[in-house]
Structure formats: structure tokens, C-alpha cells
Design a protein around this ligand. Structure first.
Ligand code: UGA
Length: 375
């Protein structure tokens, strides 16, 4: 039996409750609080186990649909807190359908923001570490990350550097940045309480989709590597996998928002980096670790030598892709304001996640048909 948190129950509105982060948040809220959770998301699969819970009300629709039929406006009016997770957030979309990316991350959210401001609702807005763009170090020839001031990302200090318009990779980051600026402007003008969360590569079960199993397209790196291992195909390193990322457990990530809800006085009117810089690695190192963990989980040592190829960014994503070179978060604010610090190691995260997908989609896995999942 999970111990309940001691704070008074709230009525929460979760936009994008059926995605990776949203579904983990619903799990935890229903288990650890007496909150009533209202969710909007066109997809119910990842929250299917909660659909009969009397403290969960699901609207299986896009934000735009909810806005058109009045259900979303009513839900905002009734909510104590609005948490927005709705987004298209796969880099393969950013340069191939940038108009839709900008709409889903900015335009579609505007009426929600305006209504929150009119009603003085506390808005918790999920943004992205991508708003920082590339590091200053990446523009300084020969720097090679000698000076942390040129690459460590601090919420109120670090500039936001992005490539030219033709590099449409930045459609997502700029839409999120504008969303942050609009949120801040509403706070400034109308005193709307807000919290902005900038996630750093959250990893865990239920992330994205596995092509050929529960979706089609090019997901983020974890799901790409998982699919390749399950299908016996080479892992593909974009531009040699030189880019650096910090990998953060979804459980650590959910801890941070649970603390925000527990401690509104520490969370309101703040921007938080949420990431685990103890888990920094190059993407080529991630590929090597994943095949090692897959070999352990499957008990098949042949995966220790599973092929890893390199591919150009243009061949993998098409024209207009430009990578974030490195993302190292300063998380001192989350510690100071909330008492939050991540604790799960990269090995722990990969073990949990690879096991989850292997048990679902590996040989003898519980999902036997395409598009069948056991969530
Ligand atoms: C992601 C997304 O933009 C956002 O969803 C999000 O805000 C953020 O980062 C996050 O997850 O916190 P990115 O980390 O670039 O951006 O996305 P991934 O697809 O996970 O790619 C990570 C790195 O792996 C990139 O350098 C990419 O080029 C590389 N990659 C990806 C490969 O080498 N091989 C692949 O098969 C896929």
C-alpha cells in the first residue's frame, strides 16, 4: 500500500495526460494523493488502467476539440492547477512538419494560457531543455568545453542560441521559448501564477512508441535503439553519436512535479531545470550501454557485439536538422526551492526501461500482436 502525501487534495487538470510523462504523473497522483484528476489526450492507451478510477476523468480529445466543444474551458474553470504536457516533441517532426509543431506547442495552447490568466489559475507548463539551443562552447573554436560558464545551463542566466531559420530543427525550441515568454508576460501583466519545467531527456517505460509495434515513424533515441535491438537491426548513430545528453529517470522527473504540488510556495513563479547531470554521456556511449543491458536482460551474449552504424544527420532526419551539442543543467534552484535532486543512475534507468520493452515486445513478450500493449 503506497503511503499518501499529507497535503490537502486538489483538482488537477492535465493536458496531455496520455503521453509518457502524463501517464506516469497520473499513476503517481492517483496512488499517492486524494486529488481528482481531469485529463485531456486523444490517446487513452497509456492510462487505460485508470479509466474506471472514480478520481480520474478522461476526455479523449485534442486541446482544439476540447476548446471547440466547451469542455476544456469548463475544466479550466473548475481546476485548482492546470498542468500542460500536450506537445509534439520528437525531433524527427521538427524539420519535416514545422508548421504543425509550432501550432501544437504554441498556437493551440494560447487560449488555455489566456483563460488561466483571466481566472488567476496556477499554470504548470512543461517546456524543454531545447530552449537553450546550442551551447556557447559550440561556437567557440577550440574551447572543447573548458569553461563551464559556456555550457552549464542556468534558468535565469544562460542565453538561448539557435541556428538560422532554414535549420527547421529549431521550430520546436522557438515555439516553446515563445510559450515561455508568453506565460511570463501573463504573469507580469495579470499576476498569473506559473511554473515552467525544462526537462532533460526523461527516460523510462512507455516513452514514445516502438516503430512496427505501437506506432510508426522516427521516435526519440531510446525508442529508436530499442526498436533496432528488438528487430535485430543496427543501432544508428547520427553524425557518429558525438552529441552529449544527460539522461533523467522518469521517476525522478515525476518526483519533482509531486514536490511542486506539495510546496506551491516554493514552486510558483519559478523556472526549473529538471535533469540529472550525473548521467551525462555521448550518444555512442548510450548505444554501447543499451546493447550491453539488452544482452544481460535477454541472456544472449551475442548482443554485446550488436552492430552500431553511423549515419549523417541529413540521411536520418532530412534537411534542416541541427543538433543540440550538449545540455548540462544547473539544478540548484530545484534543490533550493523544492528539496529535489535526482537519484537514479543511468544503469538503473536503462535496466528498468530495456527490461520493460523486452518483456513486452521481446521473444515471448506479453504483447503478441502489432499495436497491442499491456499498459
Ligand atoms: C529531445 C526532444 O527535442 C524533446 O522531446 C525534449 O525536450 C528533449 O530532447 C528531451 O527529451 O528532454 P533530443 O535529445 O535531441 O531532443 O532527442 P533524441 O531523439 O532523444 O536524440 C538524442 C540524440 O541522439 C541526438 O543527438 C540525435 O541526433 C541522436 N540519435 C537519435 C541517434 O544518434 N540515433 C537515433 O536513432 C536517434
Amino acid at each position: 500500500m503506497t503511503e499518501k502525501r499529507s497535503r490537502p487534495p486538489k483538482r488537477l487538470l492535465l493536458l496531455g495526460c496520455g503521453g509518457f510523462v502524463g501517464s506516469h504523473l497520473v499513476d503517481r497522483l492517483l496512488a499517492e494523493t486524494e486529488d481528482f484528476v481531469v485529463g485531456f489526450d486523444p490517446c487513452t492507451t497509456k492510462v487505460a488502467t485508470h479509466l474506471q478510477n472514480p478520481r480520474f476523468q478522461m476526455h479523449a480529445k485534442y486541446l482544439q476539440q476540447g476548446w471547440d466543444d466547451g469542455t476544456l474551458e469548463k475544466a479550466i474553470e473548475e481546476a485548482d492547477v492546470v498542468i500542460n504536457l500536450a506537445a509534439i516533441c520528437n525531433p524527427s517532426d521538427y524539420n519535416t512538419r514545422p508548421r504543425v509543431v509550432i501550432q501544437s506547442n504554441f498556437t493551440d495552447v494560447l487560449p488555455v494560457l489566456d483563460r488561466c490568466a483571466e481566472l488567476g489559475k496556477w499554470l504548470i507548463q512543461y517546456s524543454t531543455s531545447e530552449v537553450y539551443g546550442r551551447t556557447l562552447s559550440s561556437y567557440v573554436k577550440g574551447d572543447q568545453y573548458k569553461d563551464p560558464d559556456l555550457y552549464v545551463q542556468e534558468e535565469e542566466d544562460t542565453p538561448m542560441l539557435m541556428g538560422p531559420i532554414q535549420n527547421q530543427r529549431w521550430s520546436y525550441a522557438t515555439a516553446k521559448q515563445l510559450l515561455e515568454r508568453y506565460t511570463y508576460a501573463l504573469h507580469d501583466e495579470f499576476d498569473m501564477p506559473y511554473t515552467i519545467i525544462r526537462p532533460y531527456n526523461f527516460f523510462g517505460p512507455r516513452m514514445d512508441y516502438i516503430p512496427g509495434r505501437d506506432g510508426e515513424g522516427v521516435p526519440r533515441v531510446l525508442a529508436c535503439f530499442m526498436a533496432a535491438l528488438l528487430d535485430g537491426k543496427p543501432l544508428e548513430l547520427v553524425d557518429g553519436g558525438e552529441a552529449l545528453r544527460v539522461i533523467t529517470s522518469i521517476h525522478d522527473a515525476i518526483d519533482s512535479v509531486m514536490l511542486m504540488l506539495d510546496k506551491p510556495e516554493g514552486a510558483k513563479n519559478q523556472i526549473f531545470n529538471i535533469g540529472n547531470s550525473g548521467n551525462e554521456l555521448h550518444i555512442y556511449e548510450l548505444a554501447e550501454k543499451m546493447r550491453k543491458v539488452y544482452a544481460e536482460v535477454s541472456g544472449d551474449d551475442r548482443f554485446l557485439e550488436h552492430p552500431i552504424n553511423t549515419v549523417t544527420a541529413e540521411a536520418f532526419y532530412g534537411p534542416g536538422y541541427e543538433d543540440c551539442d550538449r545540455r548540462v543543467p544547473d539544478i540548484s534552484r530545484a534543490w533550493r526551492q523544492l528539496g529535489w535532486a535526482p537519484s537514479r543512475s543511468i544503469d538503473e534507468i536503462l535496466r528498468e526501461t530495456v527490461s520493460y520493452y523486452y518483456n513486452l515486445y521481446g521473444p515471448g513478450g506479453s504483447a503478441t500482436n502489432r499495436y497491442e500493449t499491456s499498459y
